[in-house]
Design a protein. Structure first.
Length: 192
């Protein structure tokens, strides 16, 4: 029997094989003395998440079993693939846009209680986040929405977009459409 601390058997949890001292974790055995599994993962998971730990075929859950669980020994790679797919596909981009637009809309609604300019800007578009009236957007003093994207008017010398449009005050309809195009690209490409 595997013993520690002067011949005293260590505490064992459910799944412990008393003869070997190993734990059976539904797909393979873990040797607590060696601090690793006795059988490696499939080679198809090598480098799956790009971290150095993913090249260790004996690692479990990215070498962090305290934070992650993987009963079959294959789920961690699938989760990594899912996260990467979310970050680099339209699903992630559209989700990010929905979150930014929702949070911006809620913030504008709250701010409009105290700020008459924000209230007037949102009244000009009928509180419609999918507003297509470019003149109403260009006539806003602080905020607006254009085709689902929040628009924030800036005093800067250029406009920009990252899930929200920062539109300079001297912008015209062509520039507004241009910046909205960047928003469409961001949604199509994903978050990163």
């Amino acid at each position: 029997m595997n013993t520690r601390r002067g011949g005293v058997p260590p505490r064992r949890r459910v799944g412990c094989d008393w003869e070997t001292g190993w734990y059976y974790l539904n797909s393979r055995y873990y040797d607590p003395d060696a601090g690793r599994f006795i059988s490696p993962d499939d080679v198809e998971y090598l480098g799956a998440d790009g971290s150095p730990n993913s090249y260790n075929r004996y690692a479990y859950c990215g070498n962090n079993p305290v934070m992650y669980a993987d009963p079959s020994g294959h789920l961690f790679g699938l989760i990594t693939i899912g996260v990467l797919a979310f970050l680099y596909t339209p699903i992630g981009g559209i989700t990010a846009q929905a979150v930014v637009s929702t949070v911006s809309y809620a913030g504008m609604a709250v701010a409009s209680i105290w700020d008459e300019d924000i209230r007037a800007d949102m009244n000009a578009i009928g509180w419609n986040p999918f507003n297509t009236n470019e003149n109403a957007v260009l006539g806003s003093s602080k905020v607006s929405f254009y085709k689902g994207m929040p628009v924030f008017r800036t005093n800067g010398d250029r406009s920009g977009t990252f899930y929200a449009i920062a539109l300079k005050r001297s912008a015209d309809a062509v520039e507004l459409r241009h910046e909205r195009g960047h928003g469409s690209q961001a949604m199509a490409m994903g978050v990163l």
